[in-house]
Structures are given as C-alpha cells and as structure tokens.
Design a binder for this molecule. Structure first.
Ligand code: APR
Length: 379
C-alpha cells in the first residue's frame, strides 16, 4: 500500500490517501460481508485474475506484442499464438475470442484499441466500441466474469484519465442491462486515479468539512451532547452528563411515557420497507435500482425478503445514490439501518459531497473513494 500526502497551501494540514495494490486487499474490502459488486476496479497483473474471460489489448494482426499483450501471451503459452493465427486479424474497435490456453480463464477476448492521435480522430468512439464488443462476446460465450485492462493506455498512448472514464461508462451501461462481474484491472498508479478535477473538488470539500470538525475546540462536543438525538421517530436524550437519579428515571419508563413493550410494538418503517417504498415512489423497477446501486441481485433479494435486514453503511449509501435521495432523505435512510453521516469520517464527507452536488454516478463516486483508500459503495 503506497501512501500519498497532499499538503494544503493555506491551511496547516495534509490529506493522506492511499492507492491499494494487490487483488487480495481490495477483494477483502469489497466482499467482507459476502456481498458482490458487479464492477470492481483493481490494481494487479491481469494474468493473475481468476475469471471466465480476460480481455487482451491486442494489435490488428493478433500477433502478440509487449505490454499486457506480451504478458498474456507468455502466461497462455505457445498454443495462444497458434489460436490467434487462425483468426485472420482484428479491426480496431472489434474483438475476437480464443481459448484461455494456460491462463486461469476459459477465454481470452482480443480487442484492438485505437492509437491516440489528437483526440479528434474518432478515438473515443473506437475505444468505447472495444469495451462494447468485448462484453458482447463475453455474453455470447456465457461468461459470468470478465477482466479488462485499460485498453490503449500503454503503447497506443491514450490519456489514462479519459480512457478510464470511457471504460467505466461503457461497463456501467452494460451492467445496467446484464448480470456479470466485470473487473477493470489497472497496472500503474496513474490509471488508478480518478480525474484530477474531481479529486481536487473532493479535496476542497474535505478541507471545508472534515478538517473543520477535527479542529473544533475540545469543549464544542458539549454542544453536540446537549442536543436531543432523533432515532426511529423517538426522542432520546443523551445519558452522558445526566445526574444519576435522572438516568434511573429514563431507564424505568417515566410516568406518562409508553412502556418498552408498547414502544417495541410500534416500531417505525424499517430500512427494507423504506427502500421498497422509495423505489415505488421513484417509478423504478427493482432491477433498475439495484443495478444503478451496483448491488448484486442476490443481496437485493435478501433485503426484499427480510423486513429487518441489516445492511452495511456502504449498501445503504449505494441505494441512496441509486434513488438520487437528497441529503436529508439519505440521513433518514441511514438512520433506519442505525447509521449516520459524520464529518469526522472521510468516507462520509466524500459521499456527502456527491449527494450535496447532486452527482449520483456511483462509479464516479467509487473511483474517488478508491483514490482516497475508502471502502466503496455497493458492498
Ligand atoms: N496487467 C494489467 N495491465 C497491464 C499489464 C498487465 N500485466 N501490462 C500492462 N498493462 C497496462 C498498461 O499499464 C496500460 O495501462 O495495460 C494498459 C494497456 O497498455 P498496452 O499493453 O501497451 O496496450 P495498448 O496501449 O492498447 O497498446 C497495444 O501494444 O503490446 C502491444 O501488441 C500490442 O500493439 C499492441 C499495443
């Protein structure tokens, strides 16, 4: 794990962020609750990824070369050269399939990216076509998982940030209509960072909100403690700071107050109920919602069938983004699952930034969360 620090010119603090390397550390983060995410951006050698199909950034002759092409040909062994020679080459923006040979995957999908010229020679459309055509073949060959490198961003010179955005946008589009796990495998740190503009906007927001909280004077928490906390539609007073006799009164249901049994029998709407209600109110289908949230269908079914399902915070926020909830609605939904948004937490501040600015593209948010080494939404 490599750490980076950005020193803020006006204020006296630094923002640390990390780029995780290695498949395992990233995988652990996204699947520790056993929940799958259909798009995973990971940093690794693509020849080490276990999935149904690996995409190769090939040349028009499918003749093998350097970069990722060379790595795949070495890992697959000489049989791959023989397979490729039968295919009669491949046009730019198109894709062809061979067996996986000695690789861990069943298939290798060879696609030819455009050579970057000036950005005005149809490069973006050709690059998008590489992703679409490769995914079309992955569906045709019934693949459940596929791994892409950042096509064209090596020898073919495509700027990495733009290429990353095209890749994410094409894959996202595809995942809205298809069930598949797609890995976007990046090899170097540049390919890993979201657009510089986005990162700097988020840094600015963190500066204003996250750091502020950390520089509050020590006694400012007294003010927070004194405020009543609203939970599940009931008012609780902070027990900290109360006189002992007052604490005892709270615990033994003061006169006029409902008993514990009464309170338990009139619980508020649960997270699952609120989610389903919001989906209906938005006129969305379940599938539109869970796909937009980058949530696995199986997890959604669990939530749907269990009225008391306890989701992770990242899952709640993924749905809040998919439903395009306002900040207040997001707080409500988080509360249903027992969570809150805090300015003491970088993850929270980043997500809050996107919601406040009505930027509801979960993959864009995940790129930024990833850049700041935070858990991503949808898992
Ligand atoms: N795993 C994942 N990504 C990799 C690996 C690897 N083992 N090796 C390289 N990469 C990354 C590079 O860092 C780059 O971001 O893949 C991206 C694509 O780089 P290239 O392999 O150079 O592919 P491209 O730019 O599309 O150029 C294709 O290069 O190797 C030749 O025959 C190939 O002529 C074709 C051209």
């Amino acid at each position: 794990m490599k750490k980076y620090s950005v020193k803020h010119p006006q204020r006296h603090f630094t923002i640390d962020f990390c780029l995780s390397t290695g498949y395992n550390s990233y995988e652990r983060k996204t699947t520790e609750r056993g929940e799958r995410m259909p798009l995973k951006i990971i940093r690794n050698d693509i020849t080490k990824i276990q999935c149904d199909a690996v995409v190769n950034a090939a040349n028009r002759w499918l003749a093998g070369g350097g970069g990722v092409d060379g790595a795949i040909h070495r890992a697959a062994g000489p049989e791959l050269d023989r397979e490729c020679s039968k295919l009669g080459g491949c046009e730019v923006g198109q894709a062809k399939v061979t067996k996986g040979c000695n690789m861990l995957c069943k298939y290798i999908i060879h696609t030819v990216g455009p050579v970057w010229q000036n950005g005005r020679s149809g490069e973006s459309e050709l690059l998008a076509s590489c992703y679409r055509e490769s995914l079309r073949l992955a569906v045709k060959y019934k693949c459940e998982s596929v791994a892409f490198p950042l096509i064209s961003t090596g020898a073919y010179g495509y700027p990495k940030e733009e290429a990353l955005q095209i890749a994410v946008s094409e894959i996202t589009d595809f995942l809205l209509r298809n069930e598949m796990t797609v890995y976007l495998v990046v090899y170097d740190k540049l390919g890993f960072q979201a657009s510089k503009k986005l990162i700097s906007d988020v840094e600015e927001y963190i500066d204003e909100h996250y750091i502020e909280t950390h520089f509050l004077p020590r006694n400012s928490s007294v003010v927070l403690d004194a405020a009543p906390q609203r939970m599940h539609g009931m008012h609780f007073r902070s027990v900290a700071g109360q006189a002992p006799e007052e604490k005892a009164l709270c615990q033994s249901a003061p006169c006029g107050e409902p008993s514990l049994d009464e309170m338990l029998s009139t619980l508020d709407e649960s997270f699952s109920q609120m989610l389903l209600r919001k989906i209906d109110e938005r006129g969305m289908s379940d599938a539109q919602c869970y796909k937009k949230a980058n949530i696995d269908r199986k997890l959604f079914s669990k939530i749907r069938s269990n009225v008391n399902y306890k989701p992770s915070k990242a899952t709640v926020l993924a749905f809040a983004i998919a439903l395009e909830l306002s900040l207040d609605e997001t707080r409500d939904m988080l509360m249903k699952a027992g969570f809150a948004l805090s300015h003491s937490n970088k993850f929270d501040v980043i997500v809050e930034y996107f919601i406040k600015n009505k930027k509801y593209d979960i993959f864009e948010i995940n790129e930024v969360l990833f850049s700041f080494d935070q858990v991503m939404l949808g898992a």
